[in-house]
Design a protein around this ligand. Structure first.
Ligand code: SF4
Ligand code: SF4
Length: 230
């Protein structure tokens, strides 16, 4: 429904505009003086509204930031991935390809599970960094790290294979940029359903009625058969 337009009544000062222009200029000068003063302060980022990237890399990244992918190793240095393919199925951009391999005897120190990923590929040009692969992984093997400098010169460089993914993990570990492991969420059993008064008696009544109807139809059929036999 259309709403009536109510025209605001301006004061004489507002209609002249001069006062409003002066107010606007005062605000502009206030910010200008503040920034000039701040630029002389010691510190890596001198102007508070600007970060001098890439010279200044001291800015903290949000703990929930989703950056470059990595394939994690467990505390014994074994590959966590069991090639279940859940991440590939979950990925909305269909940019993950996993091929599985079976662990042989003597490879227990390399792979944590009986199955492992023989190849693991991610096409970063399709990835939307939604993090669903990370959420879906039952082994916390694939993780989106904190690396944010993703620009490359060729398409090939935007293709992550298993070796690059493992290298990303090792690099993040060396630099101390690994995320802390996720906290296990305790499974709370569902509360028992409240009993509805009279619900059980109603159900038995319905059942009784159904049995009676069945009996009556059987009787009618038998009577019809007897008649046709006469
Ligand atoms: S972050 Fe999202 S789009 Fe990228 S690989 Fe994982 S699930 Fe696919
Ligand atoms: S990364 Fe996780 S979800 Fe993906 S195949 Fe490996 S174990 Fe399965």
């Amino acid at each position: 429904m259309a709403r009536p337009v109510v025209k605001k009544k301006y004061t004489l000062g507002e209609r002249i505009y001069l006062l409003e222009i002066l107010k606007g200029m005062a605000l502009t000068w206030k910010h200008f003086v503040f920034n000039v003063k701040a630029s002389f302060r010691p510190g890596p980022h001198t102007v508070p509204t600007c970060w001098q990237y890439p010279e200044d890399r001291t800015r903290e990244i949000s703990p929930v930031y989703r950056g470059l992918h990595m394939l994690c190793l467990d505390e014994k240095g074994r590959e966590k991935c069991i090639a279940c393919g859940t991440c590939a199925k979950t990925c909305p951009a269909h940019c993950i390809t996993v091929k599985k391999g079976k662990r042989k005897e003597g490879e227990e120190d390399k792979y944590a599970g009986k199955m492992y990923c023989a190849s693991f590929d991610i096409d970063l040009l399709h990835c939307i960094f939604c993090g669903l692969c990370q959420e879906a992984c039952p082994k916390e093997a694939i993780v989106l790290g904190r690396e944010f400098e993703l620009a490359q010169y060729t398409r090939e460089e935007c293709h992550l294979d298993k070796q690059k993914l493992l290298a990303n993990y090792r690099k993040a570990k060396e630099e101390g940029k690994l995320r802390p492991p996720r906290k296990a969420v305790p499974v709370v059993p569902a509360p028992p359903k409240p009993e509805v008064k009279g619900a059980s008696s109603k159900a038995t009544e319905v059942k009784k009625g159904q049995v009676e109807v069945k009996k009556a139809t059987k009787k009618a059929k038998n009577a019809e058969k007897a008649k046709s036999g006469d």
